[in-house]
Design a protein around this ligand. Structure first.
Ligand SMILES: *[C@@H]1O[C@H](CO)[C@@H](O)[C@H](O)[C@H]1NC(C)=O
Length: 400
């Protein structure tokens, strides 16, 4: 770098290098609600007072509101105290400030065949959430394609959440093959329905007190699954975990709202952003086993998000070598940096890229597996590459 800029003095060169080191950057001051003393922007993992609050159970709405207002602009970063606890970590919902959302206008088009089933570029990948970056708690309208898969076990008619997925059109949800196939014999039971538009799994009407008013989501919707399609060549052995992708056809079309939207697929010139070091996002409730760490990470009632870097496939192979697994061309590795927090995702949830060029979110991967959660022991998580399965997805939509 120094050679290239041909600096005359080594002093300037050293200074230049120092300025480029991210950890030298001074911490940004930020405001904390309900108190005079300011705080500093930090990664949430480096802020115990924050983590302690987020892991409180039950996690009350007024705590969620408070945590939501601690976001800094930098990725995965929140406003931490300089020292000690937050003075009053609570913001109550104030129904008198309730915001009115403009009525969502759905574009009506005549649709025939699989090409028309998929939303147009204009209709997919739109997240109204205005605070995508920063924080850990997703906004009430962030990632509106996030789906929860509901299972029923023979003994109980009570449905439980077992996996995640991504809505890609009015009728189809993309997920992992293992969320479909292994549901029969596990404790989860059988996959029966999909929940769309969920935010807080513990409240019927989900509301967030924002600085400019109370924002409420429409109630979530459970739709029965009509058809489950796991990739036929999916295998799950110790060394060979391939084609972990599946598609669910819903029993009825969903309506798109501010809280239910399809994500774009990496096709027709939309780039999946799978470039080493590029940060992609995962969102979810951590309801599945795979993302719980040794501390016994508890599932979250509220939608969480995190951004994770894409890891070089060679480096990823080395990390998995002791476990006898070799990632292949249908895999993408992300996360696994020790300092990063546990992933909030669920198996089958999307690994998402925001294409700045198009201003769209795209499903680049499907959460497949990891070792004790992402970030644990420096081992990246393994995702199925969606761009490798576009022909498969289209052919499934065509014939089902
Ligand atoms: C599954 O594998 C067989 C044999 O390699 C191949 O012919 C077939 O096209 C594969 N199926 C899919 C859906 O990729």
């Amino acid at each position: 770098m120094c050679d290239r800029v041909r600096v005359k003095s080594w002093h300037i060169c050293v200074l230049f290098v120092l300025l480029n080191l991210p950890h030298i950057r001074s911490e940004t001051e930020c405001d904390i609600p309900n108190q005079k003393a300011t705080g500093v922007c930090r990664s949430s993992v480096q802020c115990q007072v924050y983590t302690k609050l987020l892991e409180q159970r039950p996690l009350h709405g007024d705590t969620i509101n408070f945590l939501r207002q601690l976001q800094c602009d930098e990725e995965n970063s929140i406003c931490c105290t300089h020292q000690g606890d937050y003075v009053d970590p609570s913001i109550e919902n104030d129904p008198s400030t309730r915001k009115v959302r403009p009525h969502f206008e759905e574009e009506v088009a005549n649709r025939f065949g699989p090409e028309d089933e998929l939303p147009t570029l204009k209709q997919c990948g739109n997240s109204l959430g205005n605070r995508i970056i920063g924080g850990k708690i997703a906004g009430i309208d962030d990632f509106p394609w996030t789906a929860l898969l509901l299972y029923e076990s023979g003994t109980s008619s009570k449905r439980s959440i077992g996996c995640g997925g991504a809505l890609i059109s009015r009728n189809y949800v993309l997920t992992a093959a293992h969320c479909i196939l292994e549901s029969g014999d596990s404790t989860k039971g059988s996959l029966v329905a999909v929940r769309l538009g969920e935010y807080n799994t513990e409240t019927t009407e989900d509301c967030i007190q924002e600085a400019d008013g109370l924002d409420c989501a429409e109630p979530s919707e459970d739709i029965e699954v009509m058809k489950m399609m796991a990739h036929t060549n999916y295998t799950w052995s110790r060394s060979d975990k391939v084609h972990d992708i599946g598609l669910l056809k819903l029993a009825r079309s969903t309506k798109f709202t501010d809280f239910i939207q399809p994500i774009c697929l990496p096709m027709n010139g939309i780039n999946p952003g799978i470039v080493n070091g590029q940060k992609l996002s995962v969102a979810g409730w951590g309801q599945t086993d795979m993302f719980r760490d040794e501390r016994g990470f508890q599932v979250s009632p509220v939608k969480l998000k995190i951004s994770l870097p894409i890891i070089d496939i060679l480096q990823c192979s080395l990390a998995y070598r002791p476990y006898g697994f070799l990632p292949g061309p249908g895999h993408v590795c992300a996360g696994g940096r020790k300092s990063e927090d546990t992933c909030p995702g669920d198996s089958g949830s999307p690994l998402m890229h925001f294409s700045r060029e198009k201003g769209k979110w795209v499903a680049s991967g499907v959460v497949s597996f990891g070792l004790n959660g992402c970030g644990a022991d420096g081992i990246p998580g393994i995702y199925t590459r969606v761009d490798a399965y576009i022909p498969w997805i289209l052919s499934m939509m065509e014939t089902n």
